[in-house]
Design a protein around this ligand. Structure first.
Ligand SMILES: Cc1ncc(COP(=O)(O)O)c(C=O)c1O
Length: 400
């Protein structure tokens, strides 16, 4: 093992805070005991503030893919039409899953540089006079491209069309990093995972469920067993689970929720926004191109950077891992070798970002990738001036 800390700068799994690791490192208790019931209720209630919902949240001992499946099989029936938008690798995987489950997917194609288009979604729904589309599925933050779709605008487009389709949103790499409001934005099923903004190891995933989705689940006919919301919600009333829960991850979740609420969700979002902006300034100063082509859709969780023609992103990542013990995200499927992804989400601060960007800059040099030197200075300037601004605001508040 290399000395010092490994830099885990992939866009999830993210760095797990020591506090969360220590919380997990406790004896596993009886999952039918009163103590467990209290833990269960505590995390189920605490999560509502993170998803910004008053409704129920289901926790699965599964990766995010499980929660995708749960959303579809609980609310839909064989042959139902679902409207999906191609934003990148993850939206494509969700789309393939829907097809395998026997749903009829209506896909709005995309170029992997933009988010889901509210206008295009609205137009499709307006054209669907018979209301054969049963769900609109969108990935909020496309982790493969660093593009964040405009969920509130998509909600408005659905409403303008007066269409009754369910709205399902994947927030696996946005929850607890980028502003997200399940209730306010009228989302019916929110899909999330533990290993990104929630700062936990992989292994838990979530469905936040609206009343409308619950009603749809009563008549939905896709086969479901393990993922069924009904036994979950019944056991959850008293903080229990119908099968063995991931007890130690729930200890970690309790700690992570406490940390996020103590910092304040809006502060968490502002921290991520600041780090994302600093990263983008540095990428531009290097003379490299950000994959996201729509500035209002820049992701605050990660930045995908296009390689100059003739240079391979995986070779750069290899050099950086070997020389500086830092992992960066790879380009997925059609972006393989063409982009590298810098994760700046989760338990992360200014100096970790500075170290990350220094590692990338030194790597560009070592790997012989053409770039402007000292691009990191742009991030440092931004971080220092934004900190100065925040400190001045704090002083003003103190004197008010
Ligand atoms: C946006 C998004 N959706 C879905 C997934 C799939 O989740 P998992 O790999 O936890 O099954 C990921 C994984 O990174 C993701 O980033």
């Amino acid at each position: 093992m290399a000395p010092g800390r490994h830099f885990l700068q992939i866009p999830g799994p993210t760095n797990v805070p020591d506090r969360v690791l220590r919380a997990i490192d406790r004896p596993t208790i009886d999952h039918r005991s009163p103590e467990f019931g209290r833990l269960g209720r505590e995390v189920l209630d605490g999560l509502k503030q993170i998803f910004r919902t008053e409704g129920p949240i289901v926790i699965y001992p599964a990766s995010g893919t499980g929660a995708w499946e749960a959303a579809l099989v609980n609310a839909l029936s064989p042959g139902d039409r679902v409207l999906m938008s191609e934003t990148g690798h993850f939206s494509s995987l969700w789309c393939e899953m829907a097809g395998r489950l026997g749903l009829e997917v209506d896909l709005i194609p995309g170029d992997w540089r933009r988010g889901a288009d509210p206008e295009a979604i609205g137009a499709k729904l307006e054209g669907d006079r018979g209301h054969t589309i049963k769900a609109v599925c969108v990935v909020h933050n496309e982790t493969s491209t660093g593009v964040t779709s405009r969920i509130a605008e998509i909600r408005r487009a659905i409403d303008r069309a007066g269409h009754p389709a369910l709205f399902m949103v994947d927030t696996i790499s946005s929850l607890a990093s980028i502003d997200y409001r399940h209730d306010e934005w009228g989302v019916d099923v929110t899909v999330a995972g533990s290993q990104k903004g929630l700062m936990l190891p992989p292994g838990l995933s979530f469905n936040a469920v609206s009343d409308k989705a619950l009603r749809a689940s009563e008549s939905a006919r896709l086969p479901r067993s393990y993922w069924d919301w009904r036994p979950m919600l019944a056991s959850n009333e008293a903080g229990f689970f119908p099968y063995t829960p991931a007890t130690n991850l729930l200890y970690g979740l309790r700690e992570a929720i406490a940390m996020l609420l103590k910092e304040g969700l809006d502060n968490v979002f502002a921290r991520h926004a600041r780090h994302a902006e600093a990263t983008r300034r540095t990428v531009r100063a290097w003379g490299l191109e950000i994959l996201c082509a729509e500035p209002r859709e820049y992701s605050n969780s990660l930045t995908a950077v296009l390689m100059p023609q003739g240079h391979d992103a995986d070779e750069l990542r290899r050099v950086i891992l070997e020389a500086f013990d830092m992992s960066l995200g790879s380009g997925l499927t059609k972006l393989q070798g063409k982009v590298f992804r810098i994760g700046h989400l989760g338990d992360f601060n200014d100096l970790m970002l500075a170290g990350t960007l220094c590692g990338v800059e030194m790597g560009l040099r070592l790997a012989g990738v053409p770039h402007q030197a000292n691009g990191v200075a742009a991030a440092l300037d931004h971080l220092a001036s934004a900190t100065q601004g925040a400190a001045a605001d704090e002083r003003l508040r103190a004197h008010a």
